[in-house]
Design a protein around this ligand. Sequence first.
Ligand code: G
Ligand code: G
Ligand code: MN
Ligand code: NA
Length: 253
Amino acid sequence: LKLETELRSALEKNELSLAYQPQVQVETRAIIASEALLRWNNENLGPVSPGQFIPVAERTDLIIPIGNWVLEEAIKQNKKWYDITNKKIVVAVNLSPIQFKRSDLPQIIKELLEKYQMPAELLEIEITEGILVENMEGTSLQLEKIKALGVKVAIDDFGTGYSSLKYLQNFNFDKLKIDREFIKDYPQHDTGSIAKTILNLAAQMDINVIAEGVETQEQFLFLKENHCQQIQGYYFHKPLSAKDFEMLLTEKI
Ligand code: G
Ligand code: G
Ligand code: MN
Ligand code: NA
């Protein structure tokens, strides 16, 4: 209850921020994107993790104003980086299923892209498998509207849901994110067989794959050998403040 009360005023008190975790191209090791990760630092509670407050936000519909703030902040920030670097770095934004289902979402995204003059191709949304099972038809229409803007769509936490693989055929996704679950125990307690299976499946369907939670060189080399295109993980970079991410993008060595 305390959490809910504090969360209600988090936006006006400017307590929310975004961290940006770099996504790296395996072949070149170049940064090609970032995932925007929401952070909340409350004056009374201290830092609260999204794992704790997102479920509260979803239960109370606070997820809508918070989600809209995340979209606006990420779009504004990424446009700034595009202007500074002149490089096409994508920003990926996590969408709650509640946010995704709202009929005004495509219009909201469209208006934000126009407001900041951010190229649509530099925005990617991350949705989870759960969205795809609940309401195939509604989801399909919503995805078409968002893709029609030119925005990219990635499936987050791939392999951890319980949905049918049929949706991979029905929807035209730009990217699959292999969940950290299938990376973290390699090679000590995991032969990597699920990660390999996902990579083969995606290759057959011509979908790009990013592996999350890559922490070691062994994991990196394993994924490279199995033709994983992109990596996100502590092995390369932890989530960074906007300032630190900008320094990384602009540093000249
Ligand atoms: O950054 P961290 O590992 O603490 O994130 C934990 C979880 O919170 C992840 O599953 C991530 O998808 C989710 N998350 C982070 N930022 C956002 C956000 O802006 N919106 C939503 N809906 N989820 C987020
Ligand atoms: O569910 P989602 O993919 O949105 O969550 C991303 C979360 O994973 C972020 O909170 C981020 O902090 C975390 N993460 C990213 N890379 C690593 C990693 O290499 N190791 C660990 N333990 N967590 C990671
Ligand atoms: Mn994510
Ligand atoms: Na994930």
